[in-house]
Structures are given as structure tokens and as C-alpha cells.
Design a protein around this ligand. Structure first.
Ligand SMILES: N[C@@H](CCC[C@H](N)C(=O)O)C(=O)O
Length: 277
């Protein structure tokens, strides 16, 4: 018997979404990898299960394309929020994740807004392997006297991110080469998602992301939140910005009153299908 799924994306970051509210869905890492495979499987950056929750409208479980189970996924939260709002008729839903709870609400033009909570900024929360100021950590890539990348910000949005500031938007080769190296750097005991911020204006960022466990992505929602937080902490941007990613545009607001980061962006249902597990 197959398992029905929705293929969705949020700004190009794509997901196989399985409704597990009534029937449990517990793929092995190998099965998750097979589903995510773009050549032989359905193909996606992340596999998502919508599970029951005792405290929220649902619990969202996330597997990266490499089969690893991870804390959260910002773009998937918008997609799951939309699915839950459509099926319940609500305009506001609470979604729990291993990275913390999130509220999703409807925004204009069919977009979805999610409250990603407060960024975690202490070095133990990212986590880093040693004590450092997360506004600019001691990490560089390239020759010691002329590093290609250096002093990134480090932020947890429920999952770990490192954010480099660059003067030009890097190409695929550069993002792949440096991202895959940094993802597994010993400074990050749980691995890390690697962002490259090209600041275009105080309220406008161009962002590219190498995702932990998924590689080069068209968008990373938690990555966009982390990029804005790291940029604002360094005075590179204000606390409110448009973030252009490869697959679209996200709006990120780091609220002064609550300290929470809000992300607004598009969702798309690409197709339906059935998984042959
Ligand atoms: N695409 C996601 C992040 C997915 C998880 C990430 N690769 C990790 O390992 O932390 C997003 O939109 O936030």
C-alpha cells in the first residue's frame, strides 16, 4: 500500500509532505534518502511529516535529503501552516517542532507568515564547540593573509546557521565548494547551514544558502531569518528586510518588542502523488 503525499515548495525550497495525523509515518533514514533522491525518488530538499500534537494543531517532523532528522524548517512551516489552515478553516495555527513551536497565519496574496520565535545567540545555543562572540566568530576560509571568507555571524533559529558577508553574490561552484567544507567544520558539533549575505541596501539582502544535509537550495527559511539577524547585529541592515533567494523573495522582520523573527513568503502545491515505501 502506498502513502499519499503533497509535493510543495516555499520559494523554491521543495518538500514531500506526508499527512501522518491519523496513520503514523516513520521512514528509516535510508527510506527518507530514497524519497528525496532527485533521480530515482520523488526528489526534494526535505521530507516532512505532519503528526499529531498534544499541545499544538500539529507537530512537524523534518528529514533532510541525506536522511538525517533535523529540528525545523522555516519554508516547510509555511507550507504545513497552509495545509493545516486549509483543512481546518482556521486563519492561525500552532505548529510544534523539535526546534520549538511556531504560529502560522495567513498573509496577503495567499502568502503565509510564521513566527519563528527569538533567535538563539549564545555560543552554546548555536551550538559552537568553543566560546566565541556569535556576532563574528573566529573562522576563515582561504589563505591566512587574504581569506576568501571570514568572521561570520552564528545564529540558531532552532537549527544552526553561520552567515558570511560577501561583496558579490557567490556562484554555484563557490557556494558548493565552501559550503560543503564549512558544514562539517569541527567548530559546529551538530553541523551547520551556511549562508552568504550580499547586502544590497539596509532593507534588502541577496542570500544564497548551502544547507546542512541537503546542499545548495533555492531557499532556506531559517537561513533567511538567521541572515537578517546576523546582518542587523553587525549593522549591515536594519531589523526589517526583503531577502531575495534563488527561488523567490521572503520578507523577514525581527520585531523590536517581542524579539521574535517573523517570516512571510509564498507557498506552492506542485502536485500530489503516492509513495511506494
Ligand atoms: N530548508 C529549511 C531548513 C532545513 C533544515 C536544515 N537543512 C538543517 O539541517 O538545519 C528552511 O527553510 O529553514
Amino acid at each position: 500500500m502506498g502513502r499519499p503525499f503533497l509535493k510543495m515548495n516555499g520559494a523554491g525550497n521543495d518538500f514531500v509532505v506526508v499527512n501522518a495525523l491519523e496513520t503514523p509515518f516513520a521512514p528509516t533514514a535510508e527510506q527518507a534518502r530514497a524519497i528525496a533522491d532527485r533521480t530515482t525518488g520523488e526528489g526534494c530538499d526535505q521530507l516532512i511529516a505532519i503528526e499529531p500534537s498534544g499541545t499544538a494543531d500539529a507537530f512537524m517532523r523534518v528529514w533532510n535529503a541525506d536522511g538525517s532528522m533535523v529540528e525545523t524548517c522555516g519554508n516547510a512551516l509555511r507550507c504545513v501552516g497552509w495545509v493545516l489552515m486549509e483543512s481546518t478553516g482556521k486563519d492561525r495555527v500552532l505548529i510544534d517542532t523539535a526546534g520549538g513551536p511556531t504560529v502560522a497565519t495567513r498573509a496577503e496574496d495567499g502568502q503565509v507568515r510564521v513566527d519563528m520565535g527569538a533567535p538563539r545567540l549564545h555560543w552554546t545555543e548555536v551550538p559552537l564547540a568553543e566560546e566565541m562572540d556569535t556576532r563574528g566568530i573566529e573562522l576563515q576560509v582561504g589563505p591566512i593573509d587574504a581569506p576568501l571568507l571570514h568572521t561570520p555571524g552564528a545564529v540558531s533559529m532552532g537549527n544552526p546557521h553561520v552567515v558570511f558577508f560577501v561583496s558579490e553574490t557567490p556562484d554555484d561552484g563557490f557556494v558548493r565548494g565552501s559550503g560543503s567544507l564549512i558544514e562539517h567544520h569541527p567548530l559546529f558539533p551538530e553541523g551547520v547551514n551556511v549562508g552568504f549575505v550580499h547586502a544590497l541596501a539596509p532593507d534588502h539582502i541577496r542570500l544564497r544558502v548551502w544547507e546542512r544535509g541537503a546542499g545548495l537550495t533555492k531557499a532556506c527559511g531559517t537561513g533567511a531569518c538567521a541572515a537578517l539577524v546576523a546582518s542587523a547585529r553587525r549593522g549591515v541592515t536594519d531589523r526589517h528586510a526583503t531577502v531575495d533567494v534563488d527561488g523567490g523573495r521572503l520578507r523577514i522582520d525581527w520585531d523590536e518588542d517581542t524579539g521574535h523573527v517573523f517570516m512571510t513568503g509564498p507557498i506552492e502545491v506542485e502536485r500530489t502523488g503516492v509513495l511506494a515505501l
